[in-house]
Design a protein around this ligand. Structure first.
Ligand code: GAR
Length: 213
């Protein structure tokens, strides 16, 4: 749906599709924000995981949110596999009437038509201060290990719009944390997670405000 047609319909609520791969603590932050009335017109309409048994699915089900699993097809080669999964996500988003998409700990890479169809309407959460420590293969613990190995004094998280690249789209916001002496990837990840839970809600609100106007 184009921005114009969306604003013409002046919808009371905006349907959010959340894509996740694992624990889903950032999804939980969004669920808690919606429950507490802190998500404005945002409504988490559906959660899709790219792997079976992702705890994010349990969190969504506990909150009464529709869930689906769409897994990468192992029979397809890399690029085709990413394209096929992305196309299935796009079909789900369209049929579900989703207004925007949040990648909250989603480890597959979206490619192809979904990028154009939802341009400016897909946000990704990344556990570093992009453009540092982003790109293919940089996710989760690997990011924190790289930050520590480089002797950085600071890290954080970034929420950005998704474009054709990996972790390259326009940055919406960042939150920073210090890297402390004696940190390991676990302690650094925990400090960043706490900031991510605020950042993801703040970024969702930015999207809701810009799309609802
Ligand atoms: C988060 O730290 C998020 O930034 C990261 O995965 C974690 C998911 O945590 N995402 C990436 O690395 C994407 N490149 P969660 O499942 O508890 O929300």
């Amino acid at each position: 749906m184009s921005k114009q047609s969306l604003s013409q319909t002046r919808k009371d609520s905006l349907n959010i599709l959340v894509l996740a791969s694992g624990n889903g603590s950032n999804l939980q932050a969004l669920i808690d924000a919606e429950r507490a009335g802190r998500l404005d017109r945002g409504r988490i309409g559906m959660v899709i995981a790219d792997r079976e048994g992702a705890y994010a699915l349990t969190r969504a089900q506990n909150a009464g949110i529709k869930t689906l699993t769409e897994k990468p097809d192992p029979k397809l080669p890399g690029a085709m596999r990413r394209r096929d999964l992305s196309d299935r996500m796009l079909a789900r988003a369209r049929t579900g009437g989703m207004d925007f998409i949040i990648l909250a700990g989603f480890l597959s890479i979206l490619e192809g038509d979904i990028i154009e169809a939802y341009r400016g309407r897909i946000i990704n959460l990344h556990p570093s201060l992009l453009p540092k420590y982003g790109g293919k293969g940089m996710y989760g613990e690997k990011v924190h290990q790289a930050v520590l190995a480089a002797g950085e004094k600071e890290s954080g998280c970034t929420v950005h719009l998704v474009d054709e690249g990996t972790d390259t789209g326009p940055i919406l916001l960042q939150r920073r944390v210090p890297v402390l002496e004696g940190d390991d990837s676990e302690s650094l990840a925990a400090r960043i997670h706490a900031e991510e839970h605020k950042a993801i809600v703040e970024a969702a609100l930015m999207m809701i405000k810009s799309l609802a106007n």
